[in-house]
Design a protein around this ligand. Structure first.
Ligand code: UDP
Length: 432
């Protein structure tokens, strides 16, 4: 009875840990800091993601996971579909079959919060008079570009990649065509049109939550606020609430083993190599990475996945449940030769605990936005290896705006819990 007297909100994330992680964190803060009762709606299919299941365990009282009735997506998806095309098909299948009924069953929550790719919910919620908010799970730089995309779509002929000059986004740093996200690479295919469709629906939001790091993104934030044409009229209110990063992890026995090994290494000595939740390397890249790590003679923790020559995001929908035997694809003898110097972790490592640890000295990252924020907040310098989606834009922004990931971490490293660590360099955001 006590629970039912609290305001009650629903949160819905599209598939992919890069969406689920920050929305779950947002839900936790609503519960813990604001006394809200949250139902976290999960899209479930015939495909499992063990990493996601682990994430959804051990939640605070007042945060309930509600699985939407599972949908069989085998008829509408294929492994070789581009990420957003496949994600759209899954979300569509799930929401059209059950979202309205589930919201009614939950006695119409006071609001629904969704990410950028669940915009089918706007229409369903408007029928039920439930205000729907968007939560942007990536940078404001990227968000400003995305908001401006419908205008670019009207004004630019041909492919954006063929433009001879960087693309001007009002009030924002220009975007080099080569850094553009995969989804706008080919304007003739569904992937582009579906991306544009979801972005074009943003003005329907009752409000938009952004997840920036402090003052790193003041320029695009000001641009969005000052140029009302970004969102058309009426402009939904914008709430920059970041940095919102994962705080706690549920640790498995192998996570504990990995952290115990890390605990025995000298301060700042270990490089953490991880490709986010969906990232995969080609067979050749895996071999090169292995040789590089071995010959560098540096300590490392490396999250490895079965290589894929077809896609750089091969585990996007099933991470943790992916088939993965490192012996099958790492160079012969690599595990034996690097024993003691490095830790090879199949599929999934406790990333936030590793970044928070004083033995970790660097992060070779794919530059997903959550990983970038986690690294900045824990004062770990990054080496950027963007793989897919908007990661090249993130890498370019982090490198240019902070003039090196290393600089980004300096100031924060001193302010964070990593006492005793003194890094050289100047602060981020000077001039802003
Ligand atoms: N993550 C993790 N362990 C891993 C790989 C990823 O805990 O081995 C977490 C990471 O901490 C982050 C999220 O998964 O919170 C990945 O989100 P990000 O936006 O960085 O990348 P994406 O999932 O979009 O590739």
């Amino acid at each position: 009875a006590a629970k039912s007297s609290r305001p009650h909100v629903a949160v819905l994330a599209s598939p992919g840990l890069g969406h689920v992680v920050p929305l779950l964190e947002f839900a936790k803060r609503l519960v813990i800091n604001h006394g809200v009762h949250v139902r976290f709606l999960v899209i479930t299919t015939n495909e499992a993601s063990a990493a996601q299941e682990k994430l959804l365990r051990s939640l605070p009282d007042g945060l309930d996971v509600v699985d939407l009735p599972p949908v069989d997506v085998s008829a509408v998806t294929r492994d070789d579909m581009p990420v957003i095309t496949r994600l759209h098909a899954i979300v569509d299948e799930s929401l059209k079959s059950s979202l309205k009924a589930v919201l009614i069953e939950l006695c119409n929550p006071r609001a629904l919060v969704i990410d950028l790719f669940c915009t089918q919910a706007f229409e369903i919620c408007s029928q039920l008079s439930i205000p729907t908010y968007s939560f942007v799970t990536t940078s404001i730089h990227f968000f400003a570009f995305a908001l401006y995309l419908p205008t670019l779509d009207r004004e630019v002929q041909g492919e954006f990649f063929d433009l001879p000059e960087p693309i001007e986004i009002p009030g924002c740093p220009p975007v080099r065509p080569e850094d553009l996200l995969d989804q706008v690479r080919n304007r003739k295919i569904d992937e582009y049109n579906l991306f544009l469709l979801h972005i074009s629906r943003l003005p329907l939001a009752a409000g938009i939550f952004l997840n920036p790091w402090e003052n790193l993104e003041l320029v695009p934030l000001r641009a969005i606020r000052e140029h009302s044409f970004y969102l058309q009229i009426p402009t939904p209110p914008i709430y920059p609430i970041g940095p919102l990063i994962k705080q706690d992890e549920t640790l498995s026995a192998s996570d504990e083993e990995c952290l115990a090994w890390l605990g025995k290494q000298p301060s700042d000595s270990v490089i953490f190599v991880a490709p986010g939740s969906g990232g995969t390397l080609t067979a050749e890249q895996v071999i090169e990475m292995a040789w590089g790590l071995e010959q560098s003679k540096q300590r490392f923790i490396w999250v490895v996945r079965m290589p894929s020559d077809a896609s750089a995001s091969a585990t996007f929908f099933n991470v943790g449940s992916d088939v993965n035997d490192p012996q099958a694809y790492l160079p012969e003898g690599f595990l034996q030769r690097t024993h003691g110097m490095g830790m090879v972790v199949p599929s999934w490592a406790p990333q936030v605990e590793i970044l928070r640890h004083s033995s970790t000295g660097g992060f070779l990252s794919h530059c997903g936005w959550n990983s970038s924020l986690e690294s900045i907040c824990h004062g770990v310098p990054m080496i950027a290896w963007p793989l897919y989606a908007e990661q090249k834009m993130n890498a370019a922004m982090l490198t240019e705006e902070t003039r090196g990931g290393r600089k980004a971490s300096n100031r924060i490293g001193k302010e964070s819990d990593r006492t005793g660590r003194d890094r050289e360099g100047s602060e981020v955001g000077d001039g802003e």
